[in-house]
Design a protein around this ligand. Structure first.
Ligand code: HEM
Length: 474
């Protein structure tokens, strides 16, 4: 009898201990294979990230070593990264973002930016503003995109023959105008104004990327002062955008993104309004500006593909026709080219998600609160999905090839649960600008410039300006 009681007591104790152990263990003892912190927990694997050159390049190495799900320490934070279509699909409905991974960008976007807003409030804000970039709204923007594209052509055509054209400078100016004149009112009209915004943004962005690498300036150093000045210039310009819009409100049919912010004073008190205006402005122009730059660069290198784009534009809209919303479905090859440029440039290399509960992922338990990086760029370069991943080949996006591929192999705008709000905007804008630039000029690269290198920050940009030559098409 005593033996039976002892046995039952021991059994219950073991079950209890096992229960407590397995309940608690996941949040204390991570199981995903990966790296140990380099030295102190405080720095975690930040020195490895720095040595790799960027978080994206670090993730490429990490996944090569440990497979599609791997862990490391982002400073003091245990972090998991996933890099396969199946694992990305498993996260497709998750909305929340681990804020600590994005904190270093907070001085620019502001603490009230949508970037730092999770849960019900974040979802409400997205529901309120997403309609500003719907198909219906974009139809109205086409005329503006055409006008801006033609203006850029006139400017380029007036330059002396053989002038070296800085591609990024031109494409970023175009996309600042494209976004601001459709969604923010007409503040950024002159090139000088766009250059001022772009220059100050670049200074801030570069500074913040240095900080991500642990290179923090002294509080009263010249570097810090320059950073604060640029930050204030950017914010001052965005404040002016809002002020002007309030002073001359649009006709009802012209209401755009900025008007939604201004009208919803319950959701957007002044500080939140300004932080989101800055976030959308920057999130919108530097991504699409660099995508247009990369696409022109790839086409300048690949003349046959450039010619195919030209032929498609001529057959759909002719030499002078306006590009309207009804034409988009017919630009099949342009879409392939833009998709391949998104893939090959690895334009937005990573995103991240977090959940409030322990979850199963790839056969492991991910403790609640663990940041999970969605290594979108690693998947875009995976040679088992994309043979010869460094080759520019728009045929990868032919209808047949797309059908045969996992849908989550290509998610350049993030996962559906919190996809980029500007993804349609970017496609419309890019298609119009590209069609107009290619139908007017033949693009080639200035010889003798160094091989263009990709710098994978939060967005992938070329290390140096890319210089092109253009020849007017007769
Ligand atoms: C080629 C162009 C673009 C690319 C590749 C791109 C990519 C992305 C990605 C990967 C994300 C993160 C999504 C995630 O967390 O899963 C994102 C978020 C965001 N994008 Fe874009 N984007 C582009 C254009 C734009 C444009 C044109 C706008 C503005 C109209 C915009 C505004 C934003 C904003 C505000 C967020 C944060 C949204 C949130 O926190 O809920 N983006 N983008």
């Amino acid at each position: 009898m005593i033996t039976t009681i002892t046995f039952v007591a021991a059994f219950v104790a073991i079950v209890l201990i096992a229960f407590v152990y397995f309940r608690l263990k996941p949040s204390k003892a991570p199981t995903v294979p990966g790296l140990q912190p380099v030295d102190s927990k405080k720095k975690g694997n930040l020195p490895d990230i720095k040595a790799a050159g960027s978080l994206h390049e670090f993730l490429v190495k990490l996944h090569k070593q440990y497979g599609p799900i791997a862990s490391f320490w982002f400073g003091p934070t245990f972090t998991v990264s996933v890099a396969s279509p199946d694992l990305l699909q498993d996260l497709k409905r998750t909305f929340d973002r681990p804020l600590e991974l994005f904190r270093l960008f907070e001085p620019l976007f502001g603490p009230d930016s949508i970037q730092y807003c999770n849960g019900t409030e974040g979802k409400t804000r997205r529901k309120t503003t997403d309609p500003a970039f719907s198909h219906d709204m974009l139809r109205h923007f086409c005329e503006n995109f055409n006008k801006l594209g033609e203006e850029a052509v006139s400017k380029l055509a007036s330059l002396p023959q053989d002038e070296h054209i800085p591609i990024c400078q031109n494409t970023l100016t175009l996309t600042i105008k494209g976004l601001s004149q459709t969604s923010f009112g007409a503040y950024f009209k002159s090139d000088d104004m766009c250059h001022k915004f772009q220059h100050n943004y670049e200074l801030c962005w570069h500074e913040m990327e240095r900080r991500v690498d642990g290179d923090i300036p002294e509080g009263n150093s010249e570097r810090q002062k320059r950073f604060i000045e640029s930050l204030e210039t950017i914010k001052g310009m965005v404040k002016n955008v809002v002020r002007l819009r309030r002073e001359s409100p649009p006709q009802p049919h012209e209401r755009a993104f900025i008007d939604i912010l201004i009208d919803h004073t319950d959701i957007y008190p002044e500080k939140t309004l300004l932080d989101d205006a800055v976030t959308y402005m920057i999130g919108g122009f530097h991504t699409s500006g660099h995508l247009l730059a990369w696409t022109l660069y790839f086409l300048a290198k690949h003349k046959d593909e450039q010619e195919k784009v030209f032929q498609e534009v001529i057959s759909v809209v002719g030499r002078d026709g306006l590009i309207g919303p009804e034409d988009f479905g017919e630009f099949v090859y342009i879409r392939q080219v833009v998709n391949e440029s998104l893939r090959l440039s690895v334009l937005a290399p990573w995103g991240a998600r977090v959940q409030e509960i322990d979850v199963h992922l790839g056969g492991y338990i991910i403790p609640k609160g663990t940041p999970v990086i969605t290594a979108l760029g690693v998947v875009l370069q995976d040679e088992t999905i994309w043979p010869l991943p460094n080759k520019f080949d728009p045929e990868r996006f032919s209808e047949e090839n797309v059908r045969q591929r996992h849908q989550f192999a290509f998610q350049p705008f993030g996962l559906p649960g919190r996809i980029c709000p500007g993804y349609r905007f970017a496609f419309y804008e890019l298609t119009v600008f590209l069609a107009i630039l290619i139908r007017n000029f033949k693009w080639s690269l200035v010889e003798g410039q160094p091989e263009v290198e990709r710098v994978h920050g939060f967005v992938t940009a070329p290390k140096e300006e890319i210089w092109a030559l253009i020849e007017k098409r007769e």
